[in-house]
Structures are given as structure tokens and as C-alpha cells.
Design a protein around this ligand. Structure first.
Ligand SMILES: NC(=O)c1ccc[n+]([C@@H]2O[C@H](COP(=O)([O-])OP(=O)(O)OC[C@H]3O[C@@H](n4cnc5c(N)ncnc54)[C@H](O)[C@@H]3O)[C@@H](O)[C@H]2O)c1
Length: 429
């Protein structure tokens, strides 16, 4: 099939490359000339394991192309995917301006029969609006069907998640679109949920909010464990063995972050409010999440007393390992609070320092993970990159001024850290 993707971010570029790899002809439309020129040469604007190789392979095979123009690649497409960003507005709603803007550009360029499908996460009702825009803007003679096909990939494992998803959700306007989308997804072996727009849209928000809820629940249990002297990791292991609960997303830490959970939880609260339902359960999920970020700073005060003038080394900035994404990373709030208290920060992240410099421009950045320890009074682990798990404690010990570690991801065995001469504070243990 011939497919066009609008947007080449974590969702657009990954799914475009995977569909190209499955043998389709895929065009990707962007709006930044420099990024499109780079993409044509196989230089990708994001870090995602394996993506660079997959993009290059499919460019070389002539199956993956990049352009700035809608008019060249919409008329020939069987399916057009909208995969642009839907960030939060100041009131917590999803900002749909880009989705609606590109819908009009797609509409104007439609020719023959085309299925337009939204991969972007959008509130219930948006796809009906997009359908209206397409119907109003399309040329006479062009036929369009419309679908909501929400995306569930996770940054850091986005390619394998796209090739082996838990499910594919298709909310199509009619059976012709449904059939075409089922055919396109045929090589991907996964159960398919066929439904209407509103249900497909809500499945995405309900899924992300439930995962955020699990994380906040694990964090609340961690807080309680600290107060009771229990080991939260064992408690959560114990409850996770129950098949009805499951063990995933039950790790305590500095709170959820990233480009999806915070904005999607906020959007679902707002969607509920707009429909006269107070989703206070999710408000508490958010409260626990911000409390976990403040809690790291409380622990730093507990370890050091006064933070003014103290040097704190930060290991990890990205909201999770294997990505360079800094959107809503816990590191942003935690470092800002530490800096407000007068601490001097030196940070290192294997991939996210480029993006971090735009949101945290005033802190010092180290050239490697050991340099953050130079003269430090405290080391805080904020992202569980594998490199940090295997850090040479002897080398760290030689460089630090005071031997103290806060491990917000529980990546170390406390007894080993203490045996090596450090004081250790984890989460829930
Ligand atoms: N990142 C994830 O893990 C993830 C997972 C599932 C769903 N989603 C959802 O998918 C959507 C995209 O997320 P993302 O992380 O890929 O975002 P992103 O910010 O990484 O990418 C957005 C892309 O849209 C492009 N774009 C913006 N305006 C444009 C325009 N006018 N014309 C053409 N392209 C334009 C940008 O250049 C960029 O390539 C969001 O709604 C998000 O909630 C994201």
C-alpha cells in the first residue's frame, strides 16, 4: 500500500519506518526544512534504539521518503496517518490546533479514495471534527473515510512495540475503511479491537491514565512502607504476582513523566469535567505524582541539611532510559526545586543532555557519569539507565566529598552501597 504520515516524531517516524519495512511505500511529511533534508540522508531528529538503522535501510530500499509538501504525497496515498503532537494547553486540554490544521491541508489534497487515520492522542469528539474538516475541504470527486487508530508504543522500545503490540484499535467511519486498515495491519500479529471513534479515542486516554494510576498507587505504597518500616519492593512484588493485578508499572520512583502520561491524565480530567463528571481519582493520581517529586528534595534535605552551596551530582535526566525525551521528565521539577534551595547541580545523561539544555539551561553538564561525582556532597539517580547500574563505586568514592546516594529508581542493592561506605536512601525501602 502507499501510505503518508504527517509528523516524524516518536510516533510518526517509528510507525512510518515499520510500515515501510513491511513492504509498503511510505511518505513522511514534516514542516521543518532542515529536519526533512537530514531525514532524506537518514539523519533522524530523535534518539530511539534501532530507529536510525531501520530508517536508513528503508530509504536505501526506496520505500521511505520525506517531504515538506502535502500536495505531492496525499493524492497518491491509500492511507494517511496524522501523527502530530497534541500537547497540553494551560488549562489542561489537549491542544488540537496542529491536528485540525493538518486535517485541512490533507483534505484539500485528497484524490480518489483515501482513508485518513489519526494516530495522535485526541479527546473523544475530535475525530468527528476532523471528519467534518475533511468533508468540507476535499475536492469534488475525492472520496474519504476516516478512522481513529490510537498508538500505544513506548519510547525506548518503540520499534518492537510497533511490530508486536498488545492490540490494535481501529475506530473506523465505515466498513470499507475498516477492511483497508485491517489489511494494512495484517502482517502485525495482534488482536484487533474494532469500534467507533469515541470508543477508540477513550481507550487511549483510559489506558494511559490507568497506567499512571498504577504508578501513583505503587508510590503511595512506597510512602507508607517508609513510614511502617516495610520493604515496598517486596510488597509490590507480592501483589504483582496476583494475575488480576500484574507486576508491570508497579515500581516506585520519582513519579511518572514523559510526553504522554502527564498530559493524558490532565486531558482526561478536563474531558470528564467538561462532561460534568469530577474524576477526582485521577486528581489524586496527579497529587501523588507531584508529591513524589517534592519527596526527592525532602530526602536531599534530610541527607544534607541545608542545601545552599551544596554540590549535587545528578545521574539521569530523561523521563526513562533509552530515550532522549525530556518532556515532563521528573528531573525538570526536581532539579528546579534543588536549584531554588541554593544547590549547585552537575548532571549527566547518556542521550538527553541536548534536550535538557533547553529546559534546564543554567545547571552544569558533565562529560561522563563519573564527573558528576567530582566534589559532590550527594549523588541522586533520576533515570535507570543500565550504565548507572554498573557504575564503579570505587571510582565514585574517590571523587565525592560526602558519600551519600539517593536512588530514586531503586537500581542499587542498599546493603552493597552501605558496605561500600555510602549512606543510601531509596524509595519505599
Ligand atoms: N511519544 C509517545 O510515546 C507516544 C505514544 C503514543 C501516542 N503518542 C501520541 O502521538 C502523538 C505524537 O506524539 P510524538 O511523541 O510522536 O510527538 P513529537 O512531538 O515527537 O512529534 C510530532 C511531530 O509532528 C510534526 N508536526 C508538527 N506540526 C506539523 C505540521 N504543521 N505539519 C507537519 N508536521 C508537523 C513535528 O515536526 C513532529 O515531527 C501525540 O498525540 C502523542 O500523545 C505518543
Amino acid at each position: 500500500m502507499t501510505i503518508t504520515f504527517i509528523g516524524h516524531g516518536y510516533v510518526g517516524l517509528v510507525t512510518a519506518a515499520v510500515f515501510a519495512d513491511l513492504g509498503n511505500t511510505v511518505n513522511v511529511v514534516g514542516h521543518t526544512p532542515e529536519k526533512i533534508e537530514n531525514l532524506k540522508k537518514g539523519i533522524i531528529p530523535i534518539f530511539e534504539p534501532g530507529l536510525s538503522e531501520l530508517v536508513k535501510k528503508n530509504i536505501d530500499a526506496g520505500r521511505l521518503m520525506f517531504t515538506l509538501s502535502f500536495d505531492k504525497v496525499i493524492p497518491e496515498a491509500d492511507v494517511v496517518f496524522i501523527a502530530v503532537g497534541t500537547p497540553s494547553t494551560t488549562t489542561g486540554d489537549a491542544d488540537l490546533s496542529t491536528v485540525l490544521d493538518v486535517a485541512e491541508k490533507i483534505g484539500k489534497n485528497l484524490k480518489g479514495y483515501t482513508v485518513v487515520a489519526t494516530k495522535s492522542t485526541v479527546p473523544a469528539g475530535t475525530n468527528k471534527k476532523v471528519q467534518r474538516i475533511l468533508a468540507e475541504s476535499k475536492p469534488k470527486g475525492a472520496e474519504v473515510s476516516y478512522a481513529s487508530v490510537p498508538e500505544f508504543l513506548r519510547e525506548g522500545s518503540a520499534i518492537s512495540d510497533t511490530v508486536n503490540p498488545d492490540r490494535i484499535v481501529i475506530g473506523a467511519s465505515d466498513s470499507r475503511a475498516q477492511k483497508l486498515l485491517i489489511k494494512l495491519h495484517e502482517p502485525i500479529k495482534a488482536p484487533v479491537v474494532l469500534t467507533n471513534f469515541e470508543t477508540a479515542e477513550l481507550i487511549k486516554y483510559a489506558a494511559n491514565s490507568f497506567l499512571a494510576l498504577k504508578i501513583s498507587y505503587a508510590n503511595a505504597i512506597a510512602k507508607l512502607s517508609e513510614l511502617l518500616g516495610a520493604d515496598a519492593l517486596k510488597v509490590l512484588e507480592g501483589i504483582g504476582m496476583d494475575k488480576r493485578i500484574g507486576s508491570l508499572f508497579l515500581s516506585p520512583g520519582p513519579g511518572y513523566g514523559g510526553s504522554c502520561f502527564p498530559k493524558d491524565v490532565k486531558a482526561l480530567i478536563t474531558i470528564a469535567k467538561d462532561n460534568d463528571y469530577a474524576f477526582s481519582l485521577l486528581e489524586e493520581v496527579e497529587n501523588i505524582n507531584s508529591q513524589m517529586r517534592r519527596d526527592v528534595v525532602k530526602k536531599a534535605r534530610k541527607a544534607l541539611g541545608e542545601l545552599r552551596g551544596k554540590k549535587i551530582g545528578i545521574l539521569g535526566l530523561a523521563f526513562k532510559p533509552n530515550t532522549d525525551d525530556m518532556r515532563d521528565a521528573p528531573a525538570i521539577d526536581i532539579i528546579t526545586l534543588l536549584v531554588n534551595d541554593g544547590a549547585q547541580i552537575c548532571a549527566f545523561d547518556p542521550q538527553a543532555m541536548g534536550n535538557a539544555k533547553t529546559v534546564l539551561p543554567k545547571i552544569e553538564y558533565a562529560r561522563d557519569m563519573y564527573s558528576v561525582a567530582d566534589g559532590a556532597d550527594l549523588l541522586i539517580v533520576l533515570t535507570d539507565w543500565n550504565d548507572f547500574k554498573e557504575i564503579d563505586l570505587g571510582e565514585i568514592k574517590k571523587r565525592m566529598k560526602t558519600l551519600s546516594i539517593i536512588d530514586t529508581r531503586n537500581i542499587y542493592e542498599p546493603s552493597e552501597i552501605v558496605k561500600a561506605g555510602f549512606s543510601y536512601i531509596g524509595v519505599g525501602r
